[in-house]
Structure formats: C-alpha cells, structure tokens
Design a protein around this ligand. Structure first.
Ligand SMILES: *Cc1c(COP(=O)(O)O)cnc(C)c1O
Length: 346
C-alpha cells in the first residue's frame, strides 16, 4: 500500500503528464519572466480549455491567486463577501488585507458550505452607508471547503445578484476540476458562462507540483494585474516550470482522469463509512472530501495503525480526503481497521 494518507490531496505527488511537462521544459535556455514559448503555449491551452480568451497569470499558489483577484478588483473601502468557511478567511493569515490594505471580509452563511442566495441586501443594509465598508466582490469556493459543489444555476443566480448590486464575482477554484467532474459541467459553464469575473484556478491538488493560475474573464474588473503580479513577488523568473506542466496535464486529459479518480474513491469510501452506524457523514460527498464524526477512541486507534488524517476544526468533524492517486486497497484497508476496532469494542 502506497501511503495510508487521507490527510490532504496536497500531500500527493505530481502526476505523470505534469511531471513530463516539467522535465521537458528543462531544455536549454529560454527567455525569463513568462516571455518563453512554453508559457505562451500554456496560456493558449488554458484559454482553449476555458473556451475564451481570458487573461492568464501563473502565480505561486492559491493564496496569491485569491488575494491578487481581490486586490485588483476592489478599492480599500470595499469588502469581500464570502462563506464563513472560506479559505480567504480561515487559511490565508488574512492575506487579503496584506495584498489590499483596508479590505474587510464579510460573511454570507448557508448550508453545505455554500453562500445563500439573497444575502447581499442584508449585508449592504447593515453597513449603514459610509460608516461601514461597501461590498464590492463576492468570493465563492468551487468546490466548497466541505467538498460540495455550486451548480451552474446556483452560480448564475449568485452572480446575477452580485452584478445587480454593482459587485464583481470571484471564484476560488482550488479544486475546480473536481467540481467539473462531479457536475459533468465544462470549465466554461462553471465559470464565465455563469457570470464569474475572476477565477483562481487550482492544479496542485489535482496532480501539479506547484503554482496556480489566476484567470481574468472580465478585464474591466481588474486593475493592472500585470503590475500587481510583479509588485507582489508573483512574477516567477523561470516561469516555464510553472506553466509548462499545464500543457500536457490539460491536453492529455490527465486533469480529468485525476479528478475522476479522486472523486470516485471518495464516493466509494463514503459509502463504506456510511454503513457504520457509529459514523456520521456531515456533508454530501460530491467531490474528494469526506467529513465525518467518529466515536471517541476510533481516530486514535486508526492513527496508531499508521493512518494519516486530521480533525477539520473550522467545519467540525474529521476530514478524510482522497487524491488523484488514491487506490481502492487503501480504502478497503482503512475500512477493515474501522471494522476491527468496532469488533474489539463490542
Ligand atoms: C488549498 C486551497 C487554496 C490554495 O492554497 P495555497 O496553499 O495558497 O496554494 C485556496 N482555496 C482553497 C479552498 C483551498 O483548499
């Protein structure tokens, strides 16, 4: 068995096509700072994948992509509305305010990690004019922090609501591919065709090694990202190593098979876990994460057997996460250990 690891899809390695792209890019001298042919080609491949000529920036990670989206599209007196579970709120050391001094995050709650439609009026009203911040952007996470997905119609409805209030729409797509697979929807349908203005497009959790992509669909909303990327230390000199892996990863369909495997494994895993009456699955399993409550003693026992996973405090419960390379025998062995524990207890 490979890993005994359900801690995070971030713990997995690089998948073969992405690795091949990386190795092939290590050929000779090419211009730096994104002026190389691999970066030009990778941008075109991403544009084709998204079916539109969006602006594409390769940055070091999702935090940078999220915060550059925010910094370039709102003013310092404006706020960003997101779900309380959002990565920008819980997992980025308040980097939004580092990239954009003054920015405030405000929250629109909703079940299953999704922002509820119709929240914006209340948020705007509670600002009491110039005494509060002016909501300027919504940021939705696809798939959400609890592994659920916004359907195209849900995205459209939220985008319409935001646009009607003069706000822009950002999507944190750290696991965007998993959502495309889960919904059987095209990348275009889940983004710009549903009103998304800016997308943080993740690849690392789905088999790439480093770097994420910032995509600007609506060029009117972002102010001089070219300069902001450089100013924030996000213009990598040897850009080809960030960009080139995307070419084969998308063109070969590896993005799809990777996400498919991760999602499928989670589905099988959750069905098996759901059969134990002492395990409570907390959210619908739609992509590659399972959140569950476990009885006292079980997590400790599993950890002693060498399993790696952890409690996810921001949403409650334990998170079991599958990856592009998760295998059925790992899942079966985990479930066997759960059975063994239950047997011992009875
Ligand atoms: C992993 C993740 C990110 C990106 O995190 P980095 O570590 O900055 O690359 C962003 N949003 C969500 C929802 C994530 O899960």
């Amino acid at each position: 068995m490979k890993s005994k690891n359900f801690a995070s899809d971030n713990n997995a390695g690089i998948s073969p096509q992405a690795m091949r792209g990386l190795i092939e890019a290590n050929e000779g001298h090419v211009p730096a700072y994104g002026e190389d042919h691999q970066t030009t080609q990778a941008k075109e491949v991403i544009q084709q994948w998204l079916e539109t000529r969006a602006d594409v920036y390769f940055v070091t990670g999702g935090t940078a992509a999220n915060c550059l989206s925010i910094a370039s599209s709102i003013r310092s007196y404006q706020s960003v509305v997101c779900h309380p579970f959002a990565h920008i709120e819980n997992d980025e050391c308040h980097a939004p305010s580092f990239f954009k001094a003054g920015v405030q995050l405000r929250f629109a709650d909703g079940p299953n990690g999704k922002m509820k439609l119709g929240s914006l009026d209340g948020i705007i009203e509670s600002s009491h004019g110039v005494h509060g911040t002016l909501p300027g952007l919504i940021s939705i996470t696809q798939c959400t922090e609890v592994g659920t997905c916004y359907t195209p119609n849900e995205i459209k409805a939220l985008s319409n609501e935001a646009h009607q209030k003069g706000m822009h729409v950002h999507m944190d797509g750290a696991r965007f591919s998993n959502a495309c697979i889960s919904l059987a929807a095209s990348p275009a349908e889940l983004s710009w065709r549903s009103g998304v203005d800016l997308l943080s497009l993740g690849g690392v959790k789905n088999g790439l090694g480093f770097g994420e992509v910032l995509v600007v669909f609506n060029k009117e909303v972002s102010d001089r990202l070219d300069y902001r990327v450089k100013q924030s230390g996000q213009l990598m000199s040897k850009m080809r190593f960030l960009s080139a892996p995307w070419i084969g990863y998308l063109e070969s369909g590896e993005w799809k098979s990777n996400a498919q495997n991760a999602n499928e494994m989670a589905m099988i895993f959750s069905e098996k876990m759901d059969r134990f009456d002492f395990i409570k699955i907390l959210y619908p399993v739609e992509t590659n994460a399972i959140f569950c409550e476990m009885p006292e003693g079980l997590p400790e026992y599993l950890e002693k057997q060498g399993w790696n996973f952890y409690p996810f405090n921001k949403v409650g419960g334990w998170r079991l996460m599958t990856s592009w390379d998760s295998q059925i025998d790992e899942i079966e062995a985990f479930v066997q250990d759960v059975e063994f524990w239950a047997h011992k207890m009875s």
